[in-house]
Ligand binder design. Structure first.
Ligand SMILES: Cc1cc2nc3c(=O)[nH]c(=O)nc-3n(C[C@H](O)[C@H](O)[C@H](O)COP(=O)(O)OP(=O)(O)OC[C@H]3O[C@@H](n4cnc5c(N)ncnc54)[C@H](O)[C@@H]3O)c2cc1C
Length: 232
């Protein structure tokens, strides 16, 4: 049975405010699965690039995809070191001094080697997983992918070698003397929420909003619905 924690090395051990760091799969996967976008960092000819992209997870492997013409994906096909970062902004923390202002957040940095998914059946299966993770049951409602569409799409996989999570929650931590100041302090929560779905003006008459997408309700939290869809 695999260890349920990643073993931190000097590369992935949280040093600054180390008490906020975690390495267990449960904490790391919960942050990854609540996100739709990651930032993928890699170094190409000595130049660092950090590219925002949609991603998904299966087990300890992260996947992302795009046009076969993408410079990032063509470079990563060869098998290159990468760092994938995910961030949730949960709140602004207002302290009684500028120095103690902070941010409530959940973030993950995952390290590994990005490489091409070169088996066409696995590529197609991963793309289906990507669609169904976001939109449960939708793959079955779509027309089959054309061969040309699959040829024009690249899927990259990165098995996580090591990863760290870092989180902050709660109120400001002010200097003791500053609690006596007439200065408002506290947390302004920030959430990413779903808006009211807008039907395509060219939608065929009589086509209803998919029953599998009931979690996409006006005002629903996007991070929570992504996790709920993955676990149901
Ligand atoms: C939304 C958000 C806003 C932030 N704003 C600021 C800011 O304004 N100023 C600031 O100084 N810091 C900020 N941070 C914290 C920042 O991400 C770093 O943790 C911090 O700057 C320390 O960097 P370091 O290189 O010294 O970390 P170190 O502790 O030396 O990093 C060593 C290893 O720890 C792990 N690690 C470090 N940071 C994180 C992280 N955030 N998530 C997961 N793993 C991590 C990585 O594996 C990294 O390789 C913010 C974080 C988030 C998520």
């Amino acid at each position: 049975m695999p260890d349920a924690s990643f073993t931190p090395t000097d590369r992935s051990r949280v040093k600054r405010l180390h008490e906020r760091g975690k390495y267990d799969e449960a904490s790391i996967f919960a942050i990854l699965d609540a996100a739709f976008i990651a930032h993928v960092g890699y170094v190409m000819e000595g130049q660092p690039f950090v590219t925002p992209t949609a991603f998904w997870r299966q087990g300890r492997t992260l996947y992302w995809h795009g046009s076969a013409a993408s410079r990032m994906l063509r470079f990563q096909e060869k098998g290159v070191p990468a760092c994938v970062t995910v961030t949730h902004l949960d709140g602004l923390v207002l302290a009684r001094s500028g120095f103690h202002h902070s941010i409530n957040y959940r973030s993950v940095m995952a390290f590994g080697t990005a490489k091409l998914v070169d088996d066409p059946r696995e590529e197609a299966a991963q793309l289906d997983l990507f669609i169904d993770r976001l939109y449960p049951g939708r793959r079955a409602e779509l027309r089959p992918n054309e061969t040309q569409e699959l040829k024009g799409t690249t899927v990259i996989a990165m098995e996580i070698e090591e990863a760290s999570a870092k989180t902050r929650t709660g109120h400001p931590k002010d200097d003791e003397a500053d609690y006596a100041l007439d200065c408002w302090a506290g947390v302004i929560p920030i959430q990413q929420v779903v808006g009211k779905p807008e039907a395509d003006p060219r939608l065929k008459k009589g086509v209803d909003f998919p029953t599998g997408l009931t979690r996409y309700r006006d005002g629903a939290r996007f991070d929570e619905l992504l996790v709920a869809q993955m676990t149901e």
